[in-house]
Each structure stands twice: as C-alpha cells, then as structure tokens.
Ligand binder design. Structure first.
Ligand code: ADP
Ligand code: MG
Length: 698
C-alpha cells in the first residue's frame, strides 16, 4: 500500500527543497500524510454570488461582487481602522480592517470590481464585513465552480507563492498519485458502529467536497478520529496512573469530623454540598488516589466542603493542606477556617512568602513532626523546604493559577501521592473539562446557600452617569460599599492606568463625602494589601480597582459592582467580577457601563450577563463566542491541543461519543493486548510522537 507518512513532501511535483523547508517550518508539514491532514479552514460555495441587498447580519460566510467606491480611515490607537465603502448597484456595504492597512491600500484600487468573501455583520445600521478576502474579478473567474477549499497560509509561504490555491493544487497532485484506498486509522468496528466514512472518502471530501452533505460527513469522521485518540491517550494515562499508585485509604469518619458537624457547623449544608462530600468520601474510601475537580460558582460554599474533606484526612491520621493563588486569599481562608474550627483542638497554620524567620522555622518543624494538621498557604507550601510528616489530602483553590507541573510537585510530598481536590469558580464547560482535565473526576456545586438574592445586572450607557451616581449614593447612604472596576489589558497598560487614575479623580469628585481606596496591579504588594484592608474593614466606602480584585476578596457588605468599559471584558471575567457582590443578605447590583456604539459581540455579551446569573450558561456562551483557546485558564495551564479539525465549542456531542468509544476500548482491553486493537495502539503511539504537547494533558 501507498505509505503517505514515509513520502517526503520535498519530492512532490512543484515543491522542491525551498518550498519544502518553508512547509516544514511554517506548518509542520513533512510528509504527504501531513499535507493531507492539513485541512481547509473554510469553503466557498462558488456557485452562489449574493447581492448586497440580500445580506443579513446573521449570515455565515458569503461572497458578493462589488466595486470599491472610496477608502476612509477612522479612529485612533487600538481603534484605528480602514474602511472601504463598496457597492454592487443593489446596495452598499463597508469593508473594515484593523490591521495591515498600508498593504490593503497598496493592493486594492478604487473603482475596481472585486469578489469579496467574508462574514457580514450589522454595524451602525450598515452591512459591514471585517477583514474580508478580496480577489480581483479576473482571478476569481479562473476558479472552478462548486465548493472550494481555502487553506490558511503564512506570510513566509505567500512570498514563495504558496497561497491557498497552491496548497489546493499540491493536494490534488497527491490524490492523482494515490490508487486505491488508504490504510484505515480506525477499526472496522468503530467505523460501522458510528456510521463513519472511510478515511479515504473522508480525506477526499474534506478537501474537495462533492456536496455539502458529504463535507459534513467527512468532518464528522475526522473530528471523531481526532477526539477519539485524545481521549484514548487520556484514559490510558489515567488507567496507568491508577495501576501504579494506590491512594491513601481513609477508612473512617472520626471524632474531628463528627465534632465539627454536630457542634461547629453554623448552618445546614446545601443539598449540593452534601452530594459532593459523599462523592469525595467515596473516593477517599476506595483505595484509589482521588483527583477531583470541584466546580462551584462564587459563593456556592466550596470552602466548607474543602474543610470537611480535610477533616476526614485528619481523622485518619493524615495532614491536609490548602493552597490559594494569592496571599490575600490564603489569609482569608486561614481566618475563615480558624473561625469555623473555633473551640476544636485542630492545629492550623498559615504559610506564605511573608512568613519568615523563627515563625517559619517553627511551622516547618511542626509539619515535619506532624503537629501541624492543616496547612494553609500560597505557592510557598510547595517549596522543597516544606516537608510533611504524612500529607494525605491537598486542596487547590482556583486551579487555573496552578499549572500541571505544580500539581505534580505536590505528589512528591509523600511516598504515595495525596488525594487532590481542585476547586474552581471558573465554570469550565463540560466538553472542555473532559479534554483538559480528562483524568479528573468532576463534582459540581450547582446550588447557592439559601437566602441569597441573585445579583441584579443592569446595562448603563456612559452618558447616563448622573442617574447611576444617584442610585449609588443611595446604597452608600444605606451603609453599603461599592466597587468600580476598570479594565487592565497588558498591551495598553499605560493608557489603562491613565483611565484608572482619571476615573479615580472623577469618582472622588462625584462622591466628595466618601472615603475611596484604589488598587491596581502595579502597586507594591504591601501597599495593595493596605488599600484592600481599608475596604475590607469598612473604612472606605468605595474601591476603585483594576481586575486584581477578581479573585477572592470577600466583603459581604459590598453590594454594588460597577464595571467600567464593560465592552472590554470577556464574559467569564464579567461573571467573576459580578461574583464579588451578592455575598450578603442584601439585594446587590452589577452595573455594566459601556459606550453607546457596540459591536454585535459586545451586545450579545451584555445581554447574556443581564439575562442570567448561571455561571455554566455563561461559560458555554463564552466558549461559543470566543472559542476555547481564549477561555480563561486554558492558556495558563499550558495545554494546547493543536486540534486540527474538532471544535470544542461546537463538537460536544462527537466528543462524548469519542470518549465513550475510547473508554470501551480501555475496559475491553486494559493491557492493550487484543490483536483487534493493535492498529489503535500503533496509531496512538505515532500521534504521541507527533504531538509532544499531549504530555501536558492531565
Ligand atoms: P466559594 O468559595 O464557593 O466562593 P465560600 O465557601 O466562600 O464560597 O462561601 C460563601 C459564603 O457562604 C461564606 O460566607 C460561607 O460561610 C457561606 N456558606 C457556605 N455554605 C453555606 C450553607 N450551606 N448555608 C449558608 N451559608 C453557607
Ligand atoms: Mg472561595
């Protein structure tokens, strides 16, 4: 059979050493197989040309023919853009570029007709297409009709004339050389069971679809294959881990837990808290090492669950440890937990970077001797100098600030790895959790403690400040506290700091009788801490801040969150910020302040925020609007999947099927020895070699 993987791209007609090197470097394409797995990013149905009058704001990619009437530049700084006004005689539209303005002006001429391809939106009542593809009509006519593939190419490739058309041509050449079917990459059983296309048919139709339906089926097959192997990798890794490591067995619920439960617990647990505690109890009593992700919206009561789980460890003679991402948060946990344990003989200590000298030595010694039972801290607790007597249980709060490597470090704190509970308030959609944290079991607290009033969210235009300030006055008069948050995005830190300073002065003028504190990321930690403390203590009624307050601070008396320039925040971030209020019994408010002109995306984000408080719904919407790469936490955790075709935002169903299929294989063939599966393991091994970053998935 024709072995595509061993054929060097260099020898393909029309390629040669120079182009081959560029393909190697730019796209990681070395063999003919790599080339065939380089999929189009879009298809143009060249059989249909729309008129501008037919275009709507909710259409997918379309093409139309139009003449450029004039160019115009508008805006400044980050907002600077080039607009081309175009017309086809039936209507007018605007093409917009935020980058590459000089190039566009050189390349395209006024009064020339072009074939324009892109996604129409409505902006200011006009049809607008941002960053469209434009071809002169002459070139476009040379293209064949039907579904046409478009391939992403880079600047360096374009310099060698390796544009999308050239890639399509190379792929055509490969197909002409292939006679007969390509070797399959999935077993016959899988193909039959899931009604999948054969690999050959799928590859042919992904590049040159004979119809929209065949294209869809080709996509399903290739997405399934991609997700299936990722899942097979993750599940196999999980099984290996479970075989290698036993977990500490917490056989009993003892005095500490029971005393706490019957004497100290200040309220009834919610149903969700009880359920999660049962899940944890089952894990730690199973003899397997627990790796559990606990998701729960801000204020859902994760800390209590964490504490009670740690008490289970103590009852069985083990130590427990809770890690928080910041010093402020570690302090808060320490205070909370000490209060909750009041009157009980449990030794709890706090270890952060600022605890030094004798105090630190004493704690380290207490840990080694086993006298310290619960350690709460920041990254400081995973330093090599910290040694436990018998660490059995670890809680990590706000996972996304801790990478996979740091998690691994914890494992080595004892001969056997401790049980691990990762808590996060970032609601990670199910599809993403399954891929990112494939080896973690997931628990969800989907219920808030009783008596909480949901935060009311309002949208307010910049221009209506007077009304806004009047309602804030009322809240402050009633004894409440208020946050004003300004965006801080790295690239424009200077402008943003200026915004914050100006905003601060403005707010000082608007609220002359109030004490106002100010916090931003550029301040020294001690300074920041002191300012925060003024707000926590109630001395300041207003806090003006950047997103540094996003994680953690708990001020139940704060009832208003004003988010300035709300259009510049992502959905998850807005939701996190909103979670800072609504922690007390009073009705709280979140006010999203924006300019009057909004893009369609911003409008959608604001609308979702106003409509719902459900973190999961928001996370799903966020994933759809932004794509998984942007989702908070995925970048920091260092996980990049390099998905070639599957889309975590949209392919949840295929992912589910792929996961089940992979699980079945693992269950059926735990040692990977069934001849029928030989091909799967070989394929997996090859993929692991090709995708070194898969090692980060865990
Ligand atoms: P999270 O860490 O999930 O954001 P916390 O654990 O900080 O939430 O809990 C938020 C607040 O709710 C705390 O003041 C806590 O004491 C309170 N709380 C937790 N569980 C309950 C419950 N079952 N009933 C009433 N209040 C609760
Ligand atoms: Mg918390």
């Amino acid at each position: 059979m024709f072995d595509l993987a061993s054929r060097d791209i260099k020898y393909l007609t029309g390629v040669g050493p120079v182009r081959a090197e560029t393909l190697n470097k730019e796209l990681n394409i070395f063999s003919l197989r790599d080339l065939l797995y380089y999929f189009p990013y879009k298809y143009v149905d060249r059989s249909r040309i729309y008129t501008i009058s037919e275009l709507r704001g909710d259409m997918p990619f379309v093409q139309f023919q139009a003449e450029i009437l004039s160019f115009e530049t508008a805006g400044e700084g980050r907002q600077r853009r080039l607009i081309a006004h175009v017309s086809d005689g039936w209507g007018v539209a605007d093409l917009v570029w935020f980058q590459g303005i000089k190039y566009i002006l050189q390349r395209y001429k006024v009064h020339q007709p072009y074939l324009i391809f892109g996604r129409p939106t409505i902006y200011g009542g006009r049809i607008q297409v941002a960053h469209p593809d434009i071809d002169p009509i002459d070139d476009a006519q040379k293209l064949s009709l039907g579904m046409q593939p478009f391939y992403n190419t880079t600047e360096k490739m374009k310099r060698l004339n390796l544009n999308s058309h050239a890639v399509a041509k190379m792929i055509t050449t490969v197909w002409q050389q292939i006679h007969g079917p390509l070797p399959e990459t999935l077993t016959e059983e899988l193909i039959a069971k899931h009604h999948l296309m054969s690999l050959t048919e799928a590859l042919q139709n992904i590049h040159f679809p004979q119809s929209a339906d065949l294209l869809r089926r080709a996509q399903v097959r290739l997405k399934f294959e991609e997700l299936f192997y990722i899942q097979l990798h993750i599940l196999r890794y999980t099984r290996d881990r479970q075989q290698h490591y036993r977990g500490f067995l917490f056989g009993k619920i003892g005095d500490i837990f029971n005393t706490f439960y019957h004497q100290n617990l200040p309220f009834e647990l919610t149903g969700a808290q009880k359920r999660v505690l049962k899940e944890i109890r089952r894990d730690v009593g199973s003899g397997r090492q627990m790796n559990r992700l606990l998701q729960g919206d801000v204020g859902s009561g994760k800390t209590l669950v964490a504490l009670m789980s740690m008490l289970m460890a103590l009852d069985n003679g083990y130590q427990a440890c809770l890690m928080a991402p910041t010093e402020i948060l570690a302090n808060q946990h320490y205070e909370t937990i000490r209060q909750l344990l009041f009157g009980m003989e449990v030794q709890v200590e706090l270890l952060t970077g600022s605890i030094k000298g004798k105090r630190r030595e004493a704690i380290l010694n207490g840990l080694l001797q086993g006298e310290v039972q619960i350690l709460i801290g920041t990254h400081a607790v995973i330093e090599d100098t910290v040694t436990f007597h018998s660490l059995g249980f670890v809680v990590i709060d706000e996972q996304h600030r801790f990478g996979v490597e740091q998690r691994a470090k914890l494992w080595r704190k004892n001969v056997q790895p401790p049980h691990i509970l990762v808590m996060t308030a970032t609601p990670i959609p199910r599809t993403l959790a399954m891929t990112l944290y494939g080896d973690l079991d997931v628990s969800v607290i989907d219920e808030l403690p009783p008596g909480r009033k949901p935060v009311a969210t309002l949208h307010q235009f910049d221009s209506h400040r007077a009304t806004l300030y009047r309602s804030i006055e009322k809240q402050i008069a009633a004894g409440r506290q208020v946050y004003f948050v300004f965006p801080l995005i790295q690239e424009s830190e200077k402008i943003d700091l200026k915004n914050l300073e100006e905003g601060y002065l403005h707010i000082c003028e608007a609220f002359p009788h109030c004490t106002i504190c100010k916090v931003h990321g550029k301040m020294k930690p001690a300074e920041k801490e002191a300012e925060m403390q003024r707000f926590v203590s109630g001395e300041a009624q207003i806090m003006v801040a950047t997103t540094v307050i996003e994680v953690g601070v708990n001020v139940p008396n704060a009832s208003v969150m004003v988010i300035e320039n709300a259009e510049r925040f992502g959905l998850s971030q807005l939701h996190q910020l909103r979670g800072r209020v609504g922690r007390g019994a009073d009705q709280s408010f979140c006010i999203l302040v924006t300019g009057v002109k909004l893009t369609e995306d911003t409008r959608k984000r604001i609308e979702i925020m106003v409509r719902t408080n459900d973190g999961f719904e928001i996370a799903e919407a966020d994933l759809k609007l932004r794509g998984p790469g942007d989702l908070e936490g995925t970048q920091q955790s260092g996980v990049a999947f390099d998905l070639k075709i599957a889309d975590l935002a949209r392919d949840g169903q295929i992912l589910q099927l792929a996961r089940e299929a992979a699980q079945e294989i693992i269950d059926l063939d735990p040692n990977g020895s069934l001849p029928a599966h030989e091909m799967l393991w070989r394929q997996l091994k090859q993929l692991r070699k090709d995708r070194p970053n898969w090692g980060d998935i865990s």
